[in-house]
Write a protein of this length. Structure first.
Ligand SMILES: CC(C)(COP(=O)(O)OP(=O)(O)OC[C@H]1O[C@@H](n2cnc3c(N)ncnc32)[C@H](O)[C@@H]1OP(=O)(O)O)[C@@H](O)C(=O)NCCC(=O)NCCS
Length: 331
């Protein structure tokens, strides 16, 4: 029996945002929408859009380079790379191959993980499992999305919501008992597929002239149904993880919810009884960056002094699939 099971800790996070800013007024030129509607209904002021070379592979690599420099870990020491994305550089091979190559992580293997907006939590849990089992010691969790590559800029209900971003998180054995991933609850309900998906491009509907003409290679969303489920499931799973760990919301230093809509966050926060000062928010500046919202918002909170090493942090997500969950950790 292994009596020395290591605990897993987040050693660091870094981000990468494309330089191009799309403000809400950008959409006013081509769509029947306006800055006021977007800000009031979503909380988004602006988002980033990638240039051609800024793929998830590129953004993930750039964030990883910064992270390795920050943590003093060498690329050769990385033994696993997990990439949470729904907009990978190719259908195949995995985006992980691009990052492994460009980072020179010669001793790593890895794979992509498709869980949309819950991708970061699913990947963090996988990294934790590898570290706690003792199988791997230096795991890079990449969450990177080029949502602009699958957005229909004629659909005002979706194109205003999303943005592009990359991030890298290093998960490794905990150096002290102060910082560690404590618990997680991850869920899935496949009946939600038609509410949020890209209809064509997969094997159900391979690309054809017809699928392109029908604009089926873009994100399709039933906004209201997704909204309702997001509020309910993100709040419930957050309450559940706190209760089972006998932790009160007042003990949590920072709540980092998936950034899809400020009204979803507001409703979840209220149900949890979490004061707004404790909520990590970057939706106003970056919109919904799918898998990348939670790590970038957590890093943002650290930079603002909202959270520091050893603090109790609650992460919560909801996304396509449906997928949702929460992770409790000491940062
Ligand atoms: C998409 C979303 C912002 C729409 O906001 P909403 O308040 O629910 O708006 P509704 O869908 O009820 O639409 C209200 C009206 O605004 C209109 N509208 C939608 N998008 C608009 C836009 N960009 N500008 C102006 N009007 C818009 C609708 O057409 C509708 O008009 P109608 O009443 O004449 O039919 C919201 O439903 C949402 O955030 N859903 C969940 C998104 C999400 O979490 N996605 C990712 C999950 S990870």
């Amino acid at each position: 029996m292994n009596t020395h099971r290591p605990l897993a800790e987040i050693w660091g996070i870094e981000d990468y945002f494309p330089a191009e800013v799309l403000s809400n007024t950008y959409f006013e030129k081509t769509l029947e929408t306006n800055d006021q509607w977007i800000q009031e209904r979503t909380g988004i002021r602006e988002r980033r859009r990638s240039q051609a070379h800024e793929t998830p592979g590129f953004m993930g690599t750039e964030a990883s380079k910064k992270l390795l420099a920050k943590t003093g870990v060498k690329a050769e020491e990385i033994d696993l790379i997990l990439v949470a994305t729904i907009t990978g550089d190719y259908i195949f091979p995995a985006c992980t191959s691009v990052i492994q190559r460009d980072l020179g992580a010669v001793n790593a293997f890895g794979f992509d993980l498709s869980a949309a907006c819950s991708g970061y939590l699913y990947a963090l849990e996988t990294a934790r499992a590898y570290v706690e089992s003792g199988l791997k010691k230096r795991v890079l969790v990449i969450a990177a999305e080029k949502m602009s590559s699958i957005l229909d800029y004629q659909d005002r209900q979706t194109c205003i919501l999303f943005g592009d971003a990359g991030s890298a998180t290093l998960v490794a054995p905990a150096r002290s008992s102060e910082s560690r991933i404590i618990d997680s609850i991850l869920r899935m309900d496949g009946t939600g597929i038609p509410c949020l998906f890209m209809p064509a491009g997969g094997s159900v509907k391979p690309p054809s002239v017809e699928t392109v003409q029908n604009r089926e290679h873009f994100v399709k969303q039933e906004g209201r149904s997704v909204f309702k489920r997001a509020v309910q499931d993100m709040a419930n799973v957050s309450v559940e993880i706190l209760e089972r760990n006998k932790i009160s919301p007042s003990d949590v230093k920072c709540f980092v919810p998936h950034q899809a809509n400020i009204r979803i966050i507001e409703a979840a926060r209220e149900r949890l009884g979490m004061p707004i000062e404790k909520v990590a928010l970057n939706i106003d500046r970056y919109g919904n960056t799918t898998a990348a919202t939670i790590p970038t918002a957590l890093l943002d909170a650290e930079r603002k002094g909202q959270v520091k090493k050893g603090d109790l942090v609650l992460l919560a997500s909801f996304g396509a699939g449906f997928t949702w969950g929460s992770i409790l950790l000491r940062y």
